[in-house]
Design a binder for this molecule. Structure first.
Ligand code: CA
Ligand code: CA
Length: 149
């Protein structure tokens, strides 16, 4: 059964830790994450069979910000499959310096921002004043250095 995050949790990380417990007779364990909206599961974004232990860290590049997901744990034993109740969680609105939205702030985010800036991409208006200007680069840099996500 899933333990954490709790149902309907708002998670601040795009690499949250999932934990669960399984009965002693389980021979196989399958953990799956689905993108979800309006109460309906869409594509599976993550699946692992027989993870080590009863917790895992969702890998980078699996989740995106401001999105609803559900996950479940399926166990298999001699009697067949047992499906946990699905658990829902939400990812927080992005960390703005994570420009490519892969869950980590890295040098590549700075280059992605600069590319957008030179391409006059609306997202390059980092300070949101409606104009793409040099100040946006400084605003991005400030967020990038301050990022703790
Ligand atoms: Ca990134
Ligand atoms: Ca601006």
């Amino acid at each position: 059964m899933p333990l954490a995050p709790v149902d309907e949790a708002l998670v601040s990380s795009l690499t949250p830790t999932l934990s669960w417990e399984v009965g002693p007779l389980a021979q196989h364990v399958y953990v799956s994450i689905f993108r979800r909206s309006a109460g309906i599961n869409h594509e599976m974004v993550f699946h692992v069979m027989d993870p080590t232990g009863t917790a895992l860290v969702v890998p980078v590049d699996t989740l995106v910000s401001a999105t609803e997901y559900s996950w479940n744990v399926v166990t298999e034993n001699v009697l067949g499959f047992a499906y946990s109740q699905p658990r829902v969680f939400f990812t927080e609105t992005s960390c703005p310096a994570d420009f490519d939205e892969n869950g980590v702030v890295a040098v590549i985010d700075f280059f992605a921002f600069l590319s957008a800036w030179f391409a006059d991409d609306p997202r390059a208006d980092f300070n949101g004043n409606g104009t793409r200007e040099v100040a946006d680069i400084f605003a991005f840099l400030a967020a990038w250095f301050a990022a703790n996500c």
